[in-house]
Write a protein that binds this ligand. Structure first.
Ligand SMILES: [Zn+2]
Length: 389
């Protein structure tokens, strides 16, 4: 049973990386906050340490895979697509080719990151195109008032129906001639009062300046309130929030960092993002708002409600007009063609499965990045995984 012992030791080393992550990315910071009453240094873990960010994503993905055992996320970057996987080292970064990807961006932090970065790039290109064309970007946030016991699926359906009415309202139709297009993202943090479902929409408006655009579109507030009422919903003063280009830029800057921020220790007073719920559910984040069980129940509800939804919804024809090519999530995730020269090793199916079983996915990547094929060989030997590259 030397294999099992060696694997257990190495697995502990792997697990230790997660412990360190848990300590540095929230435990310490939260202690600091409690002791001296300050917020402490903001989000050290998102300050450009790619290895730590990758560890966080893998730690979160492990929790998601455990909570959704029958789903694709369980196989993502774990199950080989063929009889072997190849390990590449390109510009100091290790990659494993030949593994399944799930594309379940709402529940898989690894796929989420790849897709979100590509979508952010599309939004950037859209805003650059708008700037060239002299169009004014606005940021419209629409919210539904909610209670603790409202199911997420019900809120999403209500929001969707209200938005449909809103787009059919006389006021909205009257503005169509100056509305070049729009792109919408739906977000749903969860707080004491339940799901805070809201949408952020970037509107591109063909008018002389921002002041005019704001003036024109602020008249839509009553249309939104009426649309909600017709669906049996309400909103408060913040239910319709219209801002200028600066807000759209801020939103873009934060886009794609949600799963990194989840473990950074930064928490809004009002609620937790789905990634934070996942971290709380897995015991990675201590929390005073949700117990592990409550966070698990909320996150599973979210995972079911968001399944199959697109990350961004573009108005018809806008991508084409802006010269942004249509790309599916699958196309974004498709394995990149890597130069054969960058391959440093291959592991057969059994070897790779041993790596996954012992929780050494991250340890393997880091060993390769630290010392190439030698590092890999040493790591496999320490874990008593037979063979070697
Ligand atoms: Zn995935």
């Amino acid at each position: 049973m030397t294999t099992a012992t060696g694997a257990a030791t190495a697995a502990h080393a792997g697990a230790h990386a997660c412990c360190a992550l848990a300590n540095t990315s929230h435990g310490e910071r939260i202690e600091v906050k409690r002791q001296d009453g300050k917020l402490g240094t903001p989000a050290k873990s998102v300050d450009g340490r790619p290895q730590e960010r990758r560890r966080q994503r893998h730690a979160l993905q492990d929790v998601a895979a455990k909570l959704l055992p029958g789903e694709r996320v369980h196989h993502c970057r774990r199950t080989p697509t063929g009889s072997a996987v190849s390990i590449h080292l390109t510009d100091g970064r290790a990659q494993i080719i030949g593994l399944q990807t799930c594309g379940a961006l709402w529940v898989c932090p690894i796929c989420y990151q790849t897709i979100a970065l590509a979508r952010r790039d599309e939004l950037r290109r859209l805003l650059a195109w708008a700037k060239d064309g002299g169009y004014v970007p606005l940021m419209l946030t629409l919210t539904v008032q909610h209670h603790r016991d409202m199911p997420l699926r019900w809120l999403l359906a209500g929001l969707r129906a209200a938005k449909k009415r809103f787009h059919q309202s006389r006021n909205w139709r009257a503005l169509r001639s100056v509305l070049v297009g729009h792109v919408t993202a739906t977000e749903t943090p969860c707080g004491k009062n339940g799901w805070h479902v809201h949408t952020h929409t970037i509107l591109l408006v063909d008018v002389a300046d921002e002041a005019q655009a704001l003036r024109l579109f602020s008249g839509l507030r009553t249309s939104w309130e009426k649309a909600l009422q017709a669906e049996g919903l309400t909103c408060n003063d913040h239910g319709f929030d219209l801002r200028g280009a600066a807000q759209a830029g801020d939103y873009l800057a934060k886009w794609g960092a949600a799963e990194e921020l989840a473990l950074s220790g930064e928490k809004a007073t009002k609620g937790r993002s789905p990634w934070q719920l996942l971290g709380i559910a897995g015991g990675l984040i201590p929390d005073d708002l949700f117990s592990d069980e409550d966070a698990t129940a909320r996150w599973l509800e979210y995972a079911a409600a968001f399944r199959g939804r697109r990350q961004l919804v573009w108005s018809r024809g806008l991508k084409n007009r802006a010269g942004v090519e249509e790309r599916s999530d699958e196309e974004i995730l498709a394995t990149p063609e890597l130069c054969p020269d960058t391959e440093i090793a291959r592991l057969d199916r059994e070897q790779w499965r041993a790596v996954v079983r012992t929780g050494l996915r991250i340890a393997l990547l880091e060993a390769v990045e630290a010392a190439g094929a030698d590092g890999l060989r040493r790591m496999l030997a320490a874990a008593r995984i037979r063979g070697g590259p």
